[in-house]
Ligand binder design. Structure first.
Ligand SMILES: Nc1ncnc2c1ncn2[C@@H]1O[C@H](COP(=O)(O)OP(=O)(O)OP(=O)(O)O)[C@@H](O)[C@H]1O
Ligand SMILES: [Mg+2]
Length: 418
């Protein structure tokens, strides 16, 4: 297939249950861009836990398999990838910057300067800046300006939302991707990427909560006014649901995972009384029957706990659902569980839907139309948006030197802004 390499984007999502490689072609132009999915590879892996690499060699193996499969499906090779970052080693803070305006009119360079000032703080040991998102500008003491370019004034202040990450955690990820044979061009916060795949621009503007139910962690991200306002990673997720089934039903991990996906439900009341499922003989127990309602009860209890923690996180961050009228959008593998929408609605008392990547996509759309692929698709969309607007690096061929993110914060805040 002949797609100019600068129109290709590739992404790697290092998840707790799987590693996903994705290759796409950027379509359209800066004003109306999209992504044609050319190749995808998904490799089960337990090398990563809550965003941190636990088993380096296993992670390298999974990245290699996932990316090779994606390349085979696409019929081409790529060299540089966008890589997701998530987990408990992410930190956030609000920082302020101030600058005087030499001319009478505020120009892009003035905003760049004031944003740079806000970013020029110490992040603490082993922490580095991942994203800088200007939330608000003040001009001569007057707040509430999202974009003051062209306004007149003498002094501009910026309130910038900074997301930092543990340097050693991303250094390990970079090493694993490089050992597998690819380069990391840029790291992107996973919920920020996922929001491009499953939230509409209207939802991000009006206010919405993205809850990503993964295997090892649950990400909560609040969007409002078109911007990321808050993010947190919770330690409980789909893996705990599986463990509860192992203990509750006295079955193996593999069997619990199979039953969860085949017969699982998060909402006990939706499961008919009469339905029973067969549990195979295991661990000294003969094969037996169990009510499906019991499976739903066990799963529902854990999911409810996870969702209550997510809801508490929104409140703790100073938000209420009335200020987030677009409600909750669920993504991640756990969002495929029947009854999860109903349960989430009970917990949040808000509008809830499952986010499935589809908007703006072409090509192998049916292969990525699952909530569990919101992150890898979002990473590729993040890259596609950058390529379309002229600030990305494409997927550069294997022989090209590494395309590191050598952008000054000036460029960085421009890119993170949306
Ligand atoms: N159809 C399904 N029904 C219920 N649960 C499912 C389904 N498919 C996947 N899951 C669950 O979703 C979880 C995996 O989700 P996902 O693929 O989003 O996680 P991950 O990206 O590997 O991990 P993390 O993001 O936490 O590092 C597993 O616990 C899995 O059992
Ligand atoms: Mg994930």
């Amino acid at each position: 297939m002949s797609v100019p390499v600068q129109r290709l984007v590739a992404a790697v999502d290092l998840g707790g249950s799987k590693v996903t490689g994705l290759i796409g072609e950027v379509t359209g132009d800066a004003r109306s861009w999209g992504l044609r999915i050319l190749g995808i590879g998904i490799e089960e892996s337990a090398g990563i836990r809550r965003g941190a690499i636990r088993d380096f060699e296993e992670t390298v193996r999974a990245i290699t398999r996932a990316m090779k499969t994606a390349e085979q499906v696409a019929g081409l090779e790529v060299g540089t990838v966008y890589c997701g970052v998530s987990g408990v080693h992410i930190a956030e803070r609000i920082s302020h910057g101030v600058a005087s305006i030499p001319g009478s009119e505020i120009r892009t360079v003035d905003l760049a300067r004031v944003n740079d000032v806000a970013c020029a703080i110490s992040f603490g040991q082993d922490q580095e800046l991942l994203h800088a998102i200007p939330h608000d500008y003040r001009v001569d003491g007057q707040s509430g300006y999202a974009d003051p370019i062209g306004m007149t004034g003498e002094r501009v202040e910026a309130e910038v939302y900074l997301v930092t990450v543990r340097s050693s955690a991303i250094a390990h990820q970079r090493k694993a991707v490089e050992k597998a044979g690819w380069h990391v061009g840029e790291f992107v916060l996973e919920p920020l990427a996922a929001s491009l795949a499953v939230l509409t621009a209207e939802e991000r503007e009006a206010g919405a909560v993205l809850v990503e139910l993964g295997a090892g962690s649950t990400s909560v991200a609040i969007f409002q006014g078109g911007k990321l306002r808050h993010t947190a990673a919770l330690r409980f997720a789909g893996g705990h649901v599986t463990s509860d089934l192992v203990h509750g039903l006295q079955i193996t991990q593999a069997e619990a995972e199979r039953i969860k996906v085949a017969y699982g439900s998060a909402y006990e009341a939706m499961v008919p009384e009469v339905e029973v499922i067969e549990l195979p003989a295991a661990g000294g127990h003969p094969s037996r029957h169990t009510p499906r309602k019991l499976v739903a009860h066990i799963m529902g209890m854990r999911f409810q706990e996870v969702l209550e923690l997510a809801c508490d996180e929104v409140t703790r961050a100073g938000w209420g659902m009335t200020g987030l009228p677009a409600g909750v959008v669920l993504s991640g593998g756990g969002a495929a569980t029947p009854g999860i929408v109903e349960l989430t609605r009970d917990v949040f008392a808000a509008r809830v839907r499952v986010g499935v990547p589809a908007d703006g996509l072409r090509g192998l759309v049916d292969r990525v139309a699952a909530p569990g692929l919101a992150v890898p698709v979002g990473l590729a969309l993040w890259g596609a948006r950058q390529v379309a607007t002229g600030s990305g690096f494409g997927a550069a061929g294997k022989s090209s030197p590494a395309v590191e993110r050598v952008l000054a914060p000036v460029k960085r805040w421009l890119q993170d802004f949306f």
